[in-house]
Design a protein around this ligand. Structure first.
Ligand code: ACO
Length: 327
């Protein structure tokens, strides 16, 4: 197949598996509550000495190997993450050095939450179109290190992980047909972390309140927006591609919550059997969720050559993005 596409992809998950029951040791919760509200059973937690760059590197190496390329072939690096290695510079700088690529441009797409990877894929596609480069796109989150382990509203939802893809204009097995993305900043307040920015700089006073890791989160509003925006952008990318929903073989939605995934499937009117789910195993891994799911779908035998795959994601911002890929 010719055209701009994904030459290879891969994922990395930390080895420590944390069950719902283990969360009961930290907060007032239960396996029954977490399972019935979210569909999550386990998630992966990074090791004490494992950082964002460590995980991004493993996913990047897997994607490069899958593409039959090495770091020397990379012309540009985009890292989608809300849990960076350090506050500044960005994680892409550390990743460039770690991989030993040439001194190619590298930058982060931060703050776009769980929509980050698909948005980055869209940017990569246009960069390839622009200058024929080979772009490494990584989605990575180490949420366990930057969340409040005492806030039951949010902590049980997340997991750590990384996924990556190599995008270029070469004969490929996965052609990117179209991507769409959008942002509605009027809904920024339903999912945000305030402390550390200029509005609420980190200070000793804030540290004393012990909620400096707090995520302000209106779960019900996020739920509604997620279903609305993922369904609409999925329809938009199909329309733009001239493809009917019935032609789609596999939907890979952002893995935030099983109920959201089921609602999107129902709103779209697609057979739930065509919708890939692994939120039960990994929880919500933010911007890493889509590439991890893509890799998992291939490993599980849910992704076949010739499949038309629809990816759709939403995230804090409120951002959303969908992409259609022909394998
Ligand atoms: N364990 C036990 N009880 C809990 C927990 C917990 N971990 N968390 C909250 N509760 C309590 C609440 O305090 C509340 O108690 P109250 O009635 O006494 O006040 C009760 O459970 C019910 O809370 P609801 O908000 O009604 O629960 P809901 O059914 O809406 O489920 C959830 C909450 C899962 C967060 C849901 O709103 C949701 O799925 N939202 C979507 C957003 C999401 O999953 N986001 C992930 C991050 S964002 C992203 O991916 C971009």
């Amino acid at each position: 197949m010719s055209g701009i596409g994904i030459l290879g992809f891969g994922a990395y998950l930390p080895s420590r598996v944390m069950t719902n029951d283990e969360w009961s040791e930290y907060v007032d919760t239960s396996d029954e509550w977490i399972t019935s509200r979210t569909g999550i059973k386990t998630r992966r937690i990074a090791a004490a000495d494992e950082t964002t760059t460590d995980m991004a590197e493993q996913a990047a190496l897997a994607a490069l190997a899958d593409a039959g390329l090495t770091a020397a072939d990379v012309d540009e690096i985009i890292v989608a993450t809300d849990t960076p290695e350090v506050y500044a510079p960005d994680t892409a700088s550390f990743l460039q050095h770690r991989l030993g690529t040439r001194t190619v441009p590298g930058y982060d797409l931060g703050g776009s939450g769980c929509a980050g990877f698909v948005m980055a894929l869209d940017i990569a596609r246009s960069r390839v179109q622009c200058n024929g480069s080979t772009v490494l796109v990584v989605g990575v989150e180490v949420l366990s290190k930057l969340m409040d382990w005492g806030d039951r509203d949010t902590c049980v939802l997340f997991g750590d992980g990384a996924g990556a893809a190599v995008v270029a204009d070469r004969p490929t097995t996965a052609k990117i047909i179209a991507c769409v993305a959008g942002t509605d900043g009027s809904r920024a307040d339903i999912l945000q972390r305030e402390v550390g920015g200029t509005r609420k700089p980190f200070s000793k006073e804030v540290a004393k309140t012990e909620d400096f890791l707090r995520i302000d989160f209106n779960g019900r509003e996020v739920f509604k927006e997620a279903v609305r925006r993922m369904s609409a952008s999925a329809r938009e990318v199909l329309e733009r591609s001239g493809v009917a929903l019935e032609e789609v073989d596999l939907v890979i939605p952002h893995q935030a919550n099983l109920r959201i995934i089921r609602s999107v499937a129902k709103t779209l009117g697609i057979d739930p059997a065509k919708v890939f789910v692994n939120v039960d195993k990994y929880g919500n891994t933010g911007s890493a969720s889509i590439p991890i799911a893509l890799d998992d779908a291939r490993t599980c035998g849910s992704l076949h050559s010739g499949d038309l795959v629809l990816m759709t994601a939403f995230g804090a911002g409120f951002h959303w993005a969908s992409g259609l890929v022909q394998f």
